[in-house]
Design a protein around this ligand. Structure first.
Ligand SMILES: Nc1ncnc2c1ncn2[C@@H]1O[C@H](COP(=O)(O)OP(=O)(O)OP(=O)(O)O)[C@@H](O)[C@H]1O
Length: 243
């Protein structure tokens, strides 16, 4: 079912309106986002697809408080992110946003448990590193260093680190981009399970259109704009997806 609406009604946690991002470069202005409108509902999983350079990461980074908009607004619950002070944005990012990137970004000299503890120690109401690592199936790898873990296991440590603080928003930028397909499935299963467990709204950027099958809604970007929103009538579990 194709759906061009940008709003899904109640339960909205993010309201994005007229969002624009322009980067000034030596070669001139780059319009990374052009007038983007979107409402995002609590607990839903969005998959963002689109060609390279279409604005997906920029959109994710602005919602996560890693980048600032040029114009337009992003409201998270009662907070206008686009008008918040730097301190308020930092507090929002710390309390409410978990990030998962393509290249795990674990500290090589720390164990799995210690990598997760880096975050749980600075967050209120965080689960213990042991609890977070159990949720991603790594209870037997607590004291392993990243070099002693496979790529998929390292990414699952990154998932545990991202969700240990029970974030409202889980942002995943190409989370399976450097994994083989079986490891990718395990990472997506972990993301899906923990997001459900903590009630996080999840956004996954991917070049792999197959991942769209696990989404509630699939958002397509082109040239900095949303061109299409598809509501999945039936979500597919990562293990059942063909990709
Ligand atoms: N810090 C920056 N400075 C200048 N231009 C940037 C910057 N970040 C992104 N851009 C440009 O903004 C546009 C959107 O980039 P973005 O990374 O959001 O796209 P994307 O859809 O995530 O691409 P990819 O799939 O390759 O990661 C691109 O033209 C990119 O070159």
């Amino acid at each position: 079912m194709s759906d061009t609406r940008h709003s899904t009604g109640s339960g909205v946690v993010f309201a994005v309106r007229g969002l624009c991002k322009v980067y000034a470069t030596e070669a001139g202005e780059v319009h990374a986002l052009r007038d983007v409108d979107l409402d995002i509902v609590k607990g839903e999983t969005l998959v963002l697809l689109g060609p390279s350079g279409s604005g997906k990461s920029t959109f994710l980074n602005i919602l996560g408080g890693l980048d600032v908009a040029t114009s337009g607004s992003v409201r998270f619950r009662d907070m206008e992110l686009t008008r918040a002070s730097a301190g308020q944005v930092t507090a929002y990012r710390r309390a409410s946003v978990g990030f998962i990137f393509q290249f795990f970004n674990l500290v090589p000299s720390l164990t799995a448990r210690e990598n997760v503890a880096l975050i749980t120690e600075i967050a209120d109401d965080a689960m213990s590193p042991e609890e977070a690592l159990a949720l991603v199936g790594l209870s037997d790898r607590l004291d392993h260093f990243p070099a002693q873990l496979s790529g998929g296991q390292q990414q699952r440590v990154a998932v545990a680190r991202a969700i240990a603080k029970r974030p409202a928003l889980l942002l995943c930028d190409e989370p399976t981009g450097s994994l083989d397909s079986e490891s990718g499935v395990q990472v997506l299963e972990a993301i899906q399970a923990v997001a459900r467990d903590v009630g996080a709204t999840t956004m996954i950027v991917s070049h792999n259109a197959g991942i769209a099958q696990m989404a509630d809604r699939v958002i397509r970007f082109r040239d900095g704009a949303i061109t299409d929103i598809v509501v999945n009538a039936r979500k597919t579990a990562p293990r059942e997806m063909s990709w």
